[in-house]
Design a protein around this ligand. Structure first.
Ligand code: BGC
Length: 861
C-alpha cells in the first residue's frame, strides 16, 4: 500500500491497458490508467509524473489519468518494466507519494520469437476426435531465476508441470477467428519447476478448432488436426536461457478423456492409464498471427451448491441449482471401478424432467467412469453447458448434495456496476440481466450458452453493449472480439451476422441492427470507458459498413430491398418466422443507416478526420430526409404504426420538432392500447423506454417496465426466470415450454433494458467519456420508493441513491476524484458539483416529465 500524502490522497498501482495481470502483454506501448483515493472533496489532478524503471517523465501538466500514452520507448519481446506514478492536485504544491509499482512484461511480439512448432497426435485415422495427451521430460539446471511458458493450441489445451496445473484458464486459448489470429497465453511457471528432472504434459482437445458445432454440426472448420504450440523459457541467474519447445521430441498418447465436444459434453474413463507414448507429428496448421489477448481469459468465477436434489423413481438424481448459468458440474464420488456416472443438463424442466428440446442437437451429456481408487473429484475440461438443472444417473448410493457443485465459467471480468431498488421483481430482472451476461461472455460474446449455436451474433451485442459496459469491466473482452469483427468484415462492407464467422445455411447479407455493431460498439466503449482505441482501429470497418448501406439506398434515399432481419422476434411474429415483424424492415434499416452515419461522423471527428465527418453528416441528413418522406407523415405518424417505428424515429432523432411531439403521443397511445404488453423485438425493445422518456411519457415507460402479463419484462420473472429469455414467452403461462425451435432461456439481447434502469431509474450515466462528468438524472416513478446504482468508473466509484421521504425526494450522489457531475433533479435547474459526496432534496414528483427538448446527437451515455 502506498502512503497517503499530508492531505489524505494516494494513488494505487497503475493499470496497464485493460489487463489485471499484465504478463505477456501484446501492446508495445501500453496505455496507463490510475485512480486516486482521496478524502478531499473537489480533488482535481493538475499534473502527473510516470516513472518507468527509474526513468521519469518529469512533471507533465495534464488532468488525464485514463489510458494515458506510454511515455517510454516501446517494449520489446519479454521486456519487463516497473511502472509507477504520482500526481499533483489543484491547490497542493507537493505531489502524492509514488504509487506502488506495476510490473508489466511484454509477450512474444515478433514471429521470430517462436522457436516452437505445432505438434499433435500422429494417429491419422480419419474422424478420430479423441483428445490426446502430450508430454516432454526435460532437465532444469540449478540457478533458475524465472521461467515463462508461452502456449496456445489449434483446439483447446491444458498443461501441467510436474503434475501441477499451469494457470487457471478454462477453454484456452478461447475462440477467435483463427485464420486471422490465434491468441497465445503467457504463464509464470517459476514456482512449478525444480532443479533436475521435470515433466511438462497436458491435454489437447477439439474445441472450436476441429469439433462439430454450429446448428449444421460441421467439424474441422479450421483444420483436420489439433496441435499444441508451447515454448517454455528457463532463465538462469547467469543470464543463460534454455528453451523447451514443442517439436519432434515430444510424445503423445491417448488418455482417459475418450470424447469431448463443446456442445455434446465430455466422456472421461478414469480407469484408462495413458500408455504407448509415441513421438508426436509436427503440424502445419493454417493460422493467422499469434497474438496476446486484450481481454481476460475464461475462468471459473464461482460455484453454486444444489438448491435441491430429488431422487426420481428410476434412481436418477434431479438437481436444481436455482440459477441458470454457463459452466459445468464438479462431482466428488466414491464407488467401485467401472461405475458410470452420466450427467445431463437443461435450463428448464417439463413435467418434472429435463426439457432438452430447446438445446436442439447439443447433447450436453458428460460421463465419468470411476477408477474405483478412493474419493475421486472430476469436472469436465473442454466443454461447457447452459443449465440450471442436471440429471445424474449411475451415482453409487445416496447423493450427498455437498458432493456436487455447479462451476460457473466465463470471461473473468470485474463486476463494476450494481443496481437496486424498492421493487424486488425489478431487482430480480436486473440480476437476470447480469446472469445472462455471465452466461454469454464465454470467450466470445454469444447469443446463448446452451443449444447448438453459441455464436457471436453481432446484433445481440450491438444492443447489449451499453448494459455490458456498466455491469462489468468488459472493455478488454469486447475490444478483443471487435478485432475479429474488423478482420472478418469484407471490403464490400459485409459484416458477418456472427463473429467468428463459420459456414452455416444462413447466408450473410447487409443486415441493419447486426452490421451496426461496427458503428455503435466502438463508441460505446469510448463513451463508457474512455477508450478511443476501438474507434481508431474500427473506423475503416465502420466506414465500409456505412458505405455499403449507402449503396443500398434507392433514388428516394431509403433502403427498400434486400434481406433484413428487421425487428427480429417481434412478439406478434409467427413463432417459426421471427423476422415477420409488424414494423417494415426497410424502415428499420433506413433508420439505422441515418443513425450509423451520424455515429460514424462522430467517430471521424474524434479521430481528426474532419472531411470524412462532413461527408457522413451529409449522408445522415440525406437519409433522415428520405426517412421522413418515405416513412413519416408531415404530422409525425409512421407508416408502420408500431412501437418500434416510433422508438427508432424518436431515439435516432429522425423527426422534426413538431413530428416528435405527435410521434411521442402516438407511441404512448400504442403502449396504452397494447395494455403495456411488449410490442417490440430486437430493434425496438432496447429503445422503447428511452423513446417514451425523451418524448415526455415517463409514466407509460414505467407502466411498460412494471407490467407482468405476457409479453413483458417482468413476466419471465414471475415465472421464476433467473436469466433473460430469448423469447418473451420462452416458457408459456401454463409452464410448458414454447414449442418453437429457437427457445433459449439465456439470451442477453432483451436485457438491454438494464441500461435504462441505470440511467433513468437510478439516474447514473456518463455525460463525458469514461464518466469524467456524470449525468445524474434520476426520474423516479412506478411507485418505487428508492433506487440506487453504483459504477466503478475508470476514475473511481460513482453512485446515485435516491429515496422518497413523504413528499420529498432525497438524493445522494458520489462523484469520483478528478470528475464532476451535472445533477438534474425533476423540476429543478441543473447544478454542477465536483468530486465527493453530495446530498440534495427536492419535491417528489412521480414520473415527472421533462419538457420536450431537441435531442442531442445520440451518444452512448
Ligand atoms: C440467435 C439470435 C440472433 C438471431 C439472428 C438467433 O438464432 O440466437 O440471437 O441474433 O438468430 O438471426
Amino acid at each position: 500500500m502506498s502512503a497517503m500524502n499530508g492531505t489524505g490522497t494516494r494513488v494505487p498501482a497503475p493499470r496497464i491497458e485493460h489487463h489485471d495481470h499484465p504478463l505477456g502483454v501484446g501492446e508495445r506501448s501500453p496505455r496507463l490508467s490510475w485512480q486516486v483515493q482521496t478524502v478531499r472533496p473537489g480533488w482535481r489532478q493538475t499534473a502527473y509524473e510516470i516513472e518507468i524503471d527509474g526513468r521519469t517523465t518529469g512533471r507533465i501538466k495534464s488532468a488525464d489519468s485514463v489510458l494515458v500514452p506510454w511515455p517510454g520507448p516501446a517494449l520489446t519481446s519479454r521486456q519487463q518494466a516497473e511502472v509507477r506514478v504520482r500526481v499533483w492536485a489543484a491547490g497542493e504544491t507537493r505531489p502524492t507519494p509514488w504509487s506502488e509499482s506495476t510490473t508489466v512484461e511484454a509477450g512474444l511480439l515478433e514471429p521470430e520469437d517462436w522457436a516452437a512448432g505445432f505438434v499433435g497426435s500422429a494417429d491419422i485415422s480419419v474422424g478420430d476426435r479423441r483428445p490426446v495427451l502430450l508430454r516432454r521430460d526435460f532437465t532444469a539446471r540449478p540457478g533458475l531465476l524465472k521461467a515463462r511458458l508461452y502456449a496456445t493450441a489449434c483446439g483447446l489445451y491444458e498443461l501441467q508441470l510436474n503434475g501441477d496445473r499451469i494457470g487457471d484458464d478454462v477453454l484456452a486459448p478461447g475462440w477467435t477467428s483463427y485464420h486471422h489470429r490465434l491468441p497465445y497465453q503467457t504463464y509464470d511457471v517459476t514456482g512449478l519447476l525444480r532443479a533436475g528432472a521435470n515433466t511438462i504434459d497436458g491435454w489437447l482437445a477439439d474445441g472450436w478448432w476441429r469439433g462439430e458445432y454450429g446448428w449444421n454440426r460441421i467439424g474441422e472448420r479450421y483444420g483436420t488436426d489439433t496441435a499444441l504450440l508451447a515454448q517454455l523459457e528457463l532463465h538462469y541467474t547467469d543470464g543463460s536461457v534454455d528453451q523447451i519447445v514443442t517439436d519432434g521430441t515430444w510424445t503423445w498418447a491417448h488418455g482417459p478423456i475418450t470424447a469431448s465436444s463443446i456442445y455434446d459434453g465430455e466422456h472421461h474413463d478414469a480407469r484408462i492409464e495413458p500408455a504407448g507414448w509415441t513421438p508426436v507429428q509436427t503440424k502445419k496448421p493454417t493460422v493467422g498471427e499469434l497474438t496476446a489477448p486484450a481481454g481476460p481469459p475464461v475462468r471459473r468465477t464461482g460455484t453454486l451448491p444444489p438448491a435441491s436434489v430429488t431422487r426420481l423413481d428410476d434412481g436418477t438424481h434431479l438437481i436444481d441449482f436455482g440459477q441458470n448459468l454457463a459452466g459445468r458440474l464438479r462431482i466428488t464420488v466414491t464407488g467401485p471401478t467401472g461405475t458410470e456416472i452420466g450427467i445431463r443438463h437443461a435450463e428448464v424442466l417439463e413435467q418434472g424432467r429435463l426439457c432438452t428440446r430447446p438445446i436442439r442437437t447439443a447433447v450436453a451429456h458428460d460421463v465419468y467412469v470411476l477408477a474405483g481408487t478412493g474419493t475421486e473429484t472430476w469436472e469436465p475440461r473442454f466443454t461447457y453447458h447452459g443449465f440450471r438443472y442436471a440429471e445424474i444417473t449411475g451415482w453409487p448410493g445416496d447423493l450427498d448434495p455437498a458432493d456436487v457443485v455447479a462451476v460457473v465459467c466465463h470471461d473473468d471480468m470485474h463486476e463494476v456496476g450494481t443496481f437496486s431498488c424498492s421493487d424486488p421483481l425489478v431487482e430480480r430482472l436486473h440480476e437476470n440481466v447480469r446472469w445472462s451476461m455471465r452466461g454469454n461472455f464465454v470467450s466470445v460474446p454469444t447469443d446463448c450458452p446452451q443449444r447448438d449455436e453459441r455464436l457471436g451474433w453481432t446484433g445481440d451485442l450491438q444492443v447489449f453493449a451499453p448494459t455490458a459496459a456498466f455491469l462489468y469491466d468488459a472493455t478488454g473482452s469486447i475490444a478483443d472480439w471487435l478485432t475479429d469483427v474488423t478482420a472478418e468484415t469484407g471490403d464490400d462492407g459485409l459484416v458477418p451476422l456472427y463473429v467468428p464467422h463459420i459456414e452455416t445455411d444462413f447466408t450473410q447479407f447487409h443486415c441493419a441492427v447486426w452490421g451496426d455493431v461496427t458503428t455503435v460498439v466502438p463508441l460505446v466503449l469510448f463513451d463508457r470507458a474512455a477508450d478511443l482505441g476501438p474507434v481508431l482501429r474500427g473506423y475503416d470497418t465502420a466506414r465500409t459498413w456505412v458505405d455499403a448501406c449507402r449503396r443500398l439506398l434507392n433514388d428516394r434515399d431509403v433502403i427498400a430491398e434486400g434481406l433484413q432481419l428487421g425487428d427480429w422476434l417481434d412478439p406478434a411474429a409467427p413463432p417459426d418466422r421471427p423476422q415477420q415483424a409488424r414494423t417494415d424492415p426497410y424502415l428499420v434499416a433506413t433508420a439505422y443507416l441515418a443513425h450509423s452515419a451520424r455515429l460514424l461522423a462522430r467517430q471521424a471527428e474524434l479521430i481528426g478526420k474532419t472531411d470524412d465527418a462532413f461527408v457522413w453528416h451529409g449522408l445522415a441528413d440525406r437519409v433522415t430526409a428520405g426517412f421522413r418522406r418515405e416513412f413519416v407523415t408531415a404530422a409525425g405518424r409512421c407508416v408502420s404504426d408500431t412501437q418500434t417505428a416510433y422508438a427508432l424515429a424518436l431515439c435516432f432523432d429522425l423527426l422534426t420538432a413538431a413530428q416528435r411531439v405527435h410521434a411521442g403521443e402516438r407511441l404512448a397511445e400504442l403502449v396504452r392500447e397494447g395494455e403495456f404488453r411488449i410490442g417490440t423485438g430486437f430493434a425496438g425493445t432496447p429503445l422503447i423506454l428511452d423513446a417514451l422518456t425523451v418524448s415526455g411519457h415517463l409514466e407509460e415507460a414505467y407502466r411498460l417496465l412494471l407490467e407482468k402479463g405476457c409479453p413483458s419484462w417482468l413476466y419471465p420473472v414471475t415465472m421464476g426466470a433467473t436469466t433473460i429469455w430469448e423469447r418473451w414467452d420462452s416458457m408459456l403461462p401454463d409452464g410448458l415450454i414454447n414449442p418453437g425451435n429457437m427457445t433459449s432461456f439465456n439470451h442477453y439481447a432483451l436485457g438491454a433494458v438494464a441500461d435504462w434502469l441505470h440511467r433513468t431509474v437510478a439516474g447514473l450515466a456518463p455525460a463525458a467519456p469514461g464518466y469524467r462528468t456524470l449525468r445524474v438524472r434520476p426520474r423516479p416513478g412506478g411507485g418505487l420508493s428508492w433506487a440506487a446504482a453504483q459504477h466503478r468508473t475508470p476514475y473511481g466509484d460513482a453512485a446515485v441513491h435516491w429515496q422518497r421521504e413523504g413528499s420529498t425526494l432525497q438524493v445522494e450522489v458520489i462523484v469520483p476524484p478528478n470528475c464532476d457531475a451535472q445533477v438534474e433533479l425533476p423540476g429543478q435547474q441543473p447544478v454542477s458539483v465536483s468530486s465527493g459526496t453530495h446530498t440534495f432534496s427536492c419535491t417528489y414528483r412521480p414520473a415527472a416529465e421533462d419538457p420536450i427538448a431537441p435531442l442531442p446527437p445520440r451518444r452512448y451515455f
